[in-house]
Design a protein around this ligand. Structure first.
Ligand SMILES: [Zn+2]
Length: 253
């Protein structure tokens, strides 16, 4: 029997024929594969195969506005923007919000398609165990519970004057839609945390006008850096910002 074309060779050929855009899509897909390797296999730049055998197209071939991407993203849309790790120099530009565009089916497939399915995989971690010691429900899938527990340990070691930003978290798991939309929040999958409502800024509260959305943030970057180190992206880097919000998206980091 003839040996099948090997996977790296195939990827190289696809990449070489599609040029630089595809190269960057390819790199993003490889990262996606690497961080979620127990869930699916990347076949090429057009398809993934899930563990249950189902084959998904990466691109639905539709040209979308930003709003349409938010409403119905495919995997390619989800990976299209670049999340910049590190301290931001400027507020996000219009519609610059890597991580906010999500293919909801992708998260449903990995973490659970209903509250019952998600809840089967939840566990309780202790938030800041040496001080406030608050129980929080998070998923064990992709070891999110271990990652968030590691975040908590590092946050707790920060100087005391920073603790009020995160020692009264407003929640982790909660199956719900994003306010004003019919899209599920990532809190529904047990992969997100809101660190404190009191010091939070949310784009909707700040009177968006025809000049755009005025940016506001009070969360010190030392806190964000710890989350990013452990695979969580920050809602403060989004044009439609949500500065208390962090979610586990290691594919973007
Ligand atoms: Zn949130």
């Amino acid at each position: 029997m003839r040996k099948k074309t090997t996977y790296p060779l195939l990827l190289f050929l696809v990449c070489a024929s599609y040029g630089s855009y595809s190269q960057s899509l390819l790199q993003r897909l490889q990262k996606l594969q690497q961080v979620y390797s127990q869930h699916f296999t990347l076949i090429d730049t057009t398809q993934i195969r899930w563990q249950d055998g189902s084959l998904w197209q990466i691109d639905d071939k539709q040209v979308k506005t930003h709003e349409q991407q938010l409403a119905k993203a495919d995997i390619q849309d989800q990976l299209a923007q670049n999340y910049v790790k590190g301290q931001p120099k400027n507020p996000p530009l219009a519609n610059e919000e890597a991580g906010r565009i999500r293919c909801e089916e992708f998260f449903r497939k990995m973490y659970g398609n209903s509250p019952q399915e998600v809840e089967k995989n939840l566990t309780t971690i202790r938030w800041l165990p040496k001080s406030v010691n608050i129980p929080l429900k998070v998923t064990t899938i992709n070891n999110v519970h271990l990652r968030l527990q590691a975040v908590a340990a590092e946050l707790e070691a920060l100087p005391k004057h920073l603790h009020h930003y995160f020692n009264q978290p407003a929640g982790t798991y909660y199956w719900r839609t994003i306010a004003g939309t019919n899209r599920l929040s990532t809190h529904s999958f047990g992969i997100a945390i809101d660190i404190n409502v009191k010091f939070s800024d949310y784009w909707h509260w700040n009177k968006p006008s025809n000049k755009g959305i005025p940016y506001k943030n009070r969360i010190p970057y030392e806190i964000v850096a710890i989350f990013e180190k452990h695979g969580f992206v920050w809602g403060g880097k989004w044009y439609h910002y949500d500065t208390m919000h962090f979610e586990f998206r290691p594919e973007l980091l």
